[in-house]
Ligand binder design. Sequence first.
Ligand code: CUA
Length: 342
Amino acid sequence: MQNARHFAIIAVLVAVVTGLTYVGLNSLGLMPVEASAQSIPIDWLFDLEVKLISFFFALIMVPLTYSLIAFRRKDGDDGDGQHFEGNTRLEIVWTVIPLILVIVLGVIGGDNLRQVRIVDPQAAEIKVVAFQWGWRFEYPQGFSSNKLYLPEGKQVVLKMESQDVLHSFWVPEFRVKQDIVPGRVEDYRITPIRIGEYKVRCAELCGTSHAYMEAPVIVVSQADYDKWLTDQTAKAQLEAAASAGKPDATRGQKLYQESGCKACHSLDGAKGVGPTWKGLFGSTVELADGSSVAADEAYLTESVKAPGAKTVEGFPANAMPSFSYLTDGQVADLTEFIKTLK
Ligand code: CUA
C-alpha cells in the first residue's frame, strides 16, 4: 500500500513537471516565425520532440529527486542497504519501449523529410552564387541582384553554386539549410508563405568575413514580384544598351556590391582584409617584396584575375581568391569605378 502511494505521488509529479518543462521551453521563444511551407512539418516534429524531451526529463528527475527526499537515511540507521540483483521485467520494459519509440520517430522523421522535399514541377529557378563573402542571385530574366526576391505562395528552386569554398545557405525563418559544395549544383526548394524581410546568412565557416556573409531575402506578393522582375529586367537592358562596349563606373559599383569586393575593400580609406580602393587608381603601391608598382589598368586587371601575382605591403599573401570568371568588360567597369574614388 505504501508503494502504491509513492507511485501515485510520482505519477502526479511527473505529469506536472512535464507540463511545466514544456511550457517553460516554449516560452523561451527559440523559433523564429514560420515563413515557408516547409517550416510547418519541421516545426510540428520539433514540437513533438520537445514534448517527449519534457516527459523524459520529468521521468528521470522526479523519481530521482523524490527518492533523495522520501528514502533518505533515517537518523540512527547505519545498516547496509537492501541487496538485490537485477529485475528482468524492468530491463525488458526499458529496452522495448525506447526501441519502439526510436522506430516510430524514425518513420515520422522519414515522412517529415518527404513532406519538406515535395517537388512542384512548376517551380521557378533562380541561380544562387555564393562567394567569399557574399551572395549573388541570378534571375532567368537575365539580370542579377544582391537581394533575393521571392513570390509568396509559390515554390522556387534555388540552383546553388559556390565560386570558391564551402558555404551554407541558411534562412532561419525557412528552417531548411543547405551546404553549397564547390563544383556542384545544389537544389534548394522553398515555398515562402509569409510576406516580409528576412536574411540569408552563411552557416559554414568560410574565412575572414564569414560572419558578414549575409544578404536580404524579401518575400513579396506575386503582383509585387512580377513588377520587380519587370523593373529589374528593363533596368538591366537599359544599362546594357546605354554603355555597350564602353566601361561604366555605375556597373562597376554594382559589381563591387554584388561580386564580393566590398567584403574586403573599403571605399573610404579604411584598412580592410584587403587594401582600400579610395585613391587607389594612379597611386604607387608598395609591394611586400620591397618593389613598387603604379596602380594602372594593367595592375588592377592583374589584381582581379590573378591576385596572387603581387602582394601589397602590409597584407597577407594569397588572401584573395581569383575573380577570373569576370569578363574583361566587367574588369574594365570595376577599374572605371575605382577611378571615381578619389
Ligand atoms: Cu560563406 Cu561562411
